[in-house]
Write a protein that binds this ligand. Structure first.
Ligand code: KG4
Ligand code: ZN
Length: 342
């Protein structure tokens, strides 16, 4: 018998994602983003996001079915991000998923957004290594998680105490006059700059900070340091070397992220690190993680950039794993839980 066909819906932030998978095979990954509507505000506006999800939902479901070459009636289960995320945005996805589940008479699985960032990797690299250490770095979160069974949940080991890594990329990009979202622009700009040009601070790495925040991150001090450095240059009437600032800033972020992820894996005796979230698309982070982890005998898995950012495939991937592992479906009164614990 064929493995079940699972349709996943993601609306936790500004991407309306609908993915369709069969087992570990990705059949469709349709994403409609409202990022351009948020760009002029320099960040995601919740109300704008909810409205955009509402408009994009049905066309995105249709597009996914068309790409996968299936009819909605063929779907065996519906999975949906039920949290954490923006409350109004989540509600649109959860309502759509319930309507589909009810209309088609198929089970619904509410899934955790962070766990689905981990599960998506199986679509590219096969069965997940469990236990593994997941580092999720995006515009909304920066966490180190221990994953022993992705369908049961993820255990937080550490997280940012202020800005998320992606938020830091976006804010620094703005300071440098680069467009939103800034991560990809900093990544590109940094390639022609020097990563050792400016010695920016590495948050929460002093011996004292490590006692209380061994696996936590802090990026707001780094952002302020970049702002001060840029302001000083401008005050002195000197040009700002955008490429060098981008490269040195990126180096500071990647240095702390990889150091702490490897330390967390070693402390747990875990031999596999999985990196997910939008910032995992960063070329320096991927290279540094690979190099440093390999030196410690640790394997690193990073999905291709298109699967790292928010999408429906990751939700379908986790839903598919829940079906495969015989997890109980959610009930039809499944709530959207914006502050869902991980
Ligand atoms: O996972 P994601 O699409 O949405 C959230 O859940 O936040 O992540 C978006 C974040 C943005 O902050 C964006 O600037 C960052 O990921 N990002 C990157 C890169 N591509 C996206 N940051 C650094 N380097 C990149 N290449
Ligand atoms: Zn995300």
């Amino acid at each position: 018998m064929d493995e079940p066909l699972v349709l996943g819906i993601e609306t936790s932030c500004d991407e309306t994602g609908v993915g369709i998978v069969r087992g570990h095979t990705l059949l469709a990954d349709a994403v409609a983003s409202s990022v351009e509507e948020h760009a002029r505000f320099g960040g995601v506006v919740p109300e704008v996001a909810s409205r955009a999800h509402l408009e994009a939902m049905v066309p995105t479901i249709e597009r996914a079915c068309e790409t996968a070459g299936i009819r909605l009636h063929d779907v065996d289960a519906i999975a949906v991000t039920s949290g954490p995320g923006l409350a109004g945005a989540l509600l649109v996805g959860v309502a759509a998923a319930k309507a589909l589940a009810l209309g088609l008479g198929k089970p619904i699985y509410g899934v955790n957004h962070l766990a689905s960032h981990v599960a998506v990797d199986q679509l590219e690299h096969g069965p997940l290594p469990e236990p593994c250490l997941a580092m999720l770095v995006s515009g909304g979160h920066s966490s180190l998680l221990r994953v022993s069974d992705v369908t049961v949940g993820v255990q937080p080991m550490g997280a940012t105490i202020d800005d998320a890594a992606g938020e830091a990329f976006d804010k620094v990009a703005r300071l440098l006059g680069l467009p939103f979202p800034g991560g990809p622009h900093i990544d590109r700009s940094a390639r022609s700059g020097s990563s050792v040009a400016i010695d920016f601070p590495r948050g929460l790495t002093s011996r004292r900070d490590l006692e209380r925040h061994r696996f936590d991150f802090s990026f707001s001090g780094l952002k302020t340091a970049v702002a001060r450095w840029v302001e000083a240059r401008e005050r002195a009437g000197e040009p700002v070397p955008v490429e060098d600032v981008a490269a040195s800033f990126q180096e500071a972020v990647c240095d702390v992220l990889t150091r702490k992820a490897i330390d967390a894996a070693v402390s747990e005796g875990i031999e596999d690190i999985l990196i997910g979230g939008g910032v995992a698309a960063n070329s320096r982070l991927r290279a540094m993680a690979e190099e440093r982890a390999t030196a410690r005998g640790i394997r690193v898995r990073v999905p291709r950039p298109g699967l790292c950012t928010d999408n429906g495939a990751m939700v379908a991937a986790l839903g598919s794993e829940m079906v495969a592992r015989g997890r109980t479906p959610s009930s039809l009164d499944l709530p959207a839980d914006s502050s869902m614990p991980v």
